[in-house]
Design a protein around this ligand. Structure first.
Ligand SMILES: *Cc1c(COP(=O)(O)O)cnc(C)c1O
Length: 400
């Protein structure tokens, strides 16, 4: 079978809920992936930052194989000998004492929202069904009905109502708006440290610190969605560490498994996680030994290979070189660590055609929103590989 045969199969039998580039991948190793015709590409998306450790990392693969041959699923009706080790590691890395494991990012977010609401009623004393959660415009936190209920993206919502109430939306990066939006019924401010799907939007310096203070002053939880920004991507293990603060809870996912398996978690303080009693919440696959073993190995790779520091150093280099490109199409280059967005001017005709042209030159990048090209390669990328990519990015941005 050739590229077109695979595409036709997908189009014939699949739902039409994605618009992928027409490249059919069959193998990956580190920062490189190969298509069914043997062409090689540099992956500059990393599965939306789920493969920070690089494709098919050998030590995560070993952990997966060994655990898969031993024990995969027990359900939480019984205990297993990997889960506690996973909790301990996540707790040490985040600085938060309690962990609740799930599978997809959206489930971790749903878990955070449930914890926040129950904390509001049982700890803060908000009257029943009155809890409010403040979020930001242009957010992305997944695709469940509750999560799209607080999206400001018309397409994510259209046709999917009625929506879950209880969310208040303020502009991103605006601490004063947060202060004004808080009422006696506010349970939490739930926010991404950098908006990833929203177009790599970096808030003003100090915003997270101010938001943390405002939340503390008002007995409001400060909860961060680190599913995309966490686990080394922005140059620290977690993006909140850039501002020296401690949130009350975070959601993590994506690179938590290095791309091998869906693993996510909500991680929080004793007080917040303390709201859950047996029977309140759960997941058949959440916390299974295969997931825990894979995540333990994936976290070890981030630490042992010093990937957050690598993201900081190489991200700074990559972004500086991108800023030097003299192209009439570029409006702004922004980001942090190896989470970089190149926003094109509206006249450029959309980022998609640039991504197509990059693909033809062996670089896989994806447009986010209409006008932003995201560059987020696996954190194991080398300076030489970045230089190679830059040569092609420069050509595409200056000749197309
Ligand atoms: C990807 C993402 C999610 C959702 O994760 P899924 O695994 O796709 O459900 C939530 N929040 C952020 C910030 C994300 O980038």
């Amino acid at each position: 079978m050739q590229t077109n045969d695979f595409i036709e199969l997908e189009n014939t039998y699949g739902a039409n809920n994605y618009h992928p580039l027409d490249v059919v991948l069959t193998r990956g190793e580190g920062v490189w992936v190969w298509d069914v015709e043997g062409n090689k590409y540099l992956d500059c998306l990393s599965a939306y930052s789920a493969v920070n450790q690089g494709h098919c990392h050998p030590s995560i693969l070993t952990a997966l194989k060994e655990q898969a041959a031993r024990l995969t699923l027990t359900s939480r009706a019984f205990r297993n000998d990997k889960l506690g080790l996973f909790y301990k590691k996540v707790s040490e890395l985040t600085g938060l004492p309690k962990v609740l494991p799930m599978n997809s990012g959206a489930e971790a977010v749903e878990t955070a929202l449930k914890a926040i609401r129950k904390w509001a009623y049982t700890v803060k004393g908000v009257p029943e069904n009155q809890a409010e959660i403040i979020v930001c415009e242009n957010n992305f936190a997944g695709r469940t009905i509750t999560i799209i209920s607080f999206s400001t993206e018309a397409q994510y919502r259209y046709g999917f109502g009625p929506f879950t109430p209880g969310f208040k939306i303020i502009p991103y990066g605006d601490a004063e708006a947060l202060r004004k939006a808080i009422t006696a019924n506010t349970a939490a401010f739930f926010v991404e440290p950098i908006q990833g799907e929203g177009g790599i939007i970096v808030p003003p310096e100090g915003f997270l610190r101010q938001a943390r203070e405002i939340c503390s002053e008002n007995n409001v939880l400060f909860v961060l969605d680190e599913i995309q920004t966490g686990l080394g991507r922005t140059g620290k293990m977690f993006a909140f560490q850039h501002e020296g603060i401690q949130p009350d809870g975070i959601t993590i996912g994506k690179a938590l498994s290095g791309g091998f398996y869906p693993v996510s978690a909500f991680v929080a303080t004793e007080e917040v996680m303390g709201v859950f009693q047996p029977g309140d919440h759960g997941s058949t696959f959440g916390g299974n030994p295969l997931a825990a073993a894979v995540a333990l190995a994936a976290l070890d790779v981030l630490v042992k290979e010093n990937l957050p520091a690598r993201a900081a150093e190489l991200g700074e280099y990559f972004m500086a070189r991108l800023k030097e490109i003299n192209s009439p199409h570029i409006k702004q280059v922004r980001g942090r660590g190896l989470l970089i967005g190149v926003e094109l001017k509206p006249e450029a005709g959309g980022a998609r055609r640039f991504c197509e042209a990059l693909k033809d030159r062996g670089i896989l990048a994806k447009e986010t929103h209409e006008h932003v090209i995201r560059f987020a390669p696996p954190l194991v990328i080398t300076r030489d590989e970045i230089d190679w990519a830059l040569k092609h990015i420069r050509t595409v941005l200056t000749t197309l």
